[in-house]
Design a protein around this ligand. Structure first.
Ligand SMILES: [Zn+2]
Length: 125
């Protein structure tokens, strides 16, 4: 009989402070992991969008140079950029044309200091 009474009171207490704190801490850890991985995915996507846009812009620019029978100068590139219209870099990096490549001041390989030759798959998190 006594044991039954203890059992009742134990379960009527609800959660202890320690249990609540443990749950809150675990939720906090899970939230921070989720936020960090979402941020990583966003950053990687921005880099990929910038890269794809720059490749396309470079192709159009080379075609434009051939069609107009011009040689590349920074002025010619700026003029072409004005007519191109589309936003190249999602974070607003400065676009320049160097050595037959369109470079971004934020995402280009030179700006990141990465080595050339990795085939796009960069391990992340
Ligand atoms: Zn960029």
């Amino acid at each position: 009989m006594d044991n039954g009474g203890d059992y009742q009171t134990y379960y009527n207490q609800g959660f202890t402070l320690i249990e609540l704190l443990t749950v809150i801490v675990i939720l906090g850890i899970l939230m921070s992991i989720a936020v960090l991985s979402v941020l990583g995915v966003t950053e990687r996507t921005e880099t990929e969008v910038c890269e794809a846009n720059r490749l396309e812009l470079g192709r159009y620019y080379r075609v434009h140079l051939i069609v107009e029978s011009k040689v590349h100068t920074s002025t010619a590139f700026k003029e072409f950029m004005l007519g191109y219209g589309d936003e190249i870099c999602p974070v607003g990096g400065e676009i320049s044309y160097d050595d037959r490549k369109v470079e971004c001041s934020v995402h280009s390989v030179a700006a990141n200091g990465n080595d050339e030759g990795d085939d796009g798959e960069v391990p992340y998190l």
